[in-house]
Design a protein. Structure first.
Length: 279
């Protein structure tokens, strides 16, 4: 599933590519990707003639603001992609479920093999009613500036293991399995350490690792894993996976100590870490 860096890369690309564009036509091949609407005609009617005025991100959700006070909400789910196409002559990727054509030319296509993602149009002030998890989103590590002391108090107030805490969307928004492992390695901490057991130095390391790794992931345009389900708006894979220290590197040498990276099952997911470097 795309995590915060991948969705932020997509937001920035959309801001450059589609803001100011007016919707000419909308095609949807079924209801799965637009399931909050009554039918395909209703979905299209709420978009045709509207101009995209801005793009924002809330956690892993992308909100494309429309003139008139409405918003097109996009969630990529497990395998969703947004792709920019020059026009109808560009070959469609398999599993293309929604095509938005602009009056100025070009298209925005929603591709989703597993169909867990979705698109829907609603009034801006009702978004949180439609997506209740947005009401309880934790702080955004890319958008919220704070001191490590404030972060430390937040962490210390929880009596929880570090990995699930980092992935708790009510605590921090957007961090998932990939980046929690990378952040913990960067901080030299195990995922099963209790959050209220950290020293001041460990809190500083954790906060610095979180900010720097997420910023670097955006800089390298996200992580495209072996399944290649994440690509950017132009269909190109990210490059941050080339800089992963632990994730999906089981058996490979740790870049710090040369010991092999270990994989364990934790909470139903694979967790990667270095037994020597993380305590």
């Amino acid at each position: 599933m795309p995590e915060l860096p991948e969705v932020e890369v997509m937001r920035r690309d959309l801001e450059r590519e589609v803001v100011g564009k007016k919707v000419k036509a909308v095609e949807a091949d079924g209801m799965r990707s637009i399931r909050r609407h009554h039918n395909r005609k209703q979905f299209a009617a709420r978009l045709v003639g509207k101009r995209i005025t801005g793009v924002e991100r809330r956690g892993k959700y992308i909100l494309l603001r429309l003139d008139g006070g409405e918003v097109l909400v996009v969630h990529l789910g497990m395998s969703g992609q947004l792709l920019r196409a020059k026009g109808a002559r560009d070959a469609k990727t398999k599993h293309t479920h929604v095509v938005i054509t602009f009056t100025q030319g070009g298209q925005l296509r929603f591709v989703d093999p597993r169909t867990f993602g979705e698109m829907f149009v609603t009034e801006l002030d009702t978004v949180e009613k439609q997506v209740t998890e947005l009401t309880h989103l934790g702080l955004d590590p890319l958008e919220t500036a704070m001191s490590w002391e404030v972060f430390g108090r937040m962490v210390a107030d929880k009596h929880q293991k570090l990995k699930p805490l980092l992935m708790d969307q009510k605590f921090l928004s957007g961090i998932g399995n990939v980046y929690s492992d990378e952040i913990l390695f960067g901080a030299g901490l195990r995922g099963d350490r209790m959050s209220d057991s950290l020293s001041a130095q460990e809190v500083r390391r954790l906060y610095r690792a979180m900010v720097e790794i997420l910023q670097d992931a955006v800089k390298y345009r996200g992580s495209s894993l072996a399944d290649m389900q994440y690509v950017d708006l132009f269909g190109k894979p990210g490059e941050f996976q080339l800089h992963h220290n632990v994730y999906a590197r089981e058996g490979e040498s740790c870049r710090r100590c040369r010991r092999p990276i270990v994989r364990e099952r934790y909470g139903g997911r694979s967790t990667f870490y270095c037994e020597a470097c993380q305590t």
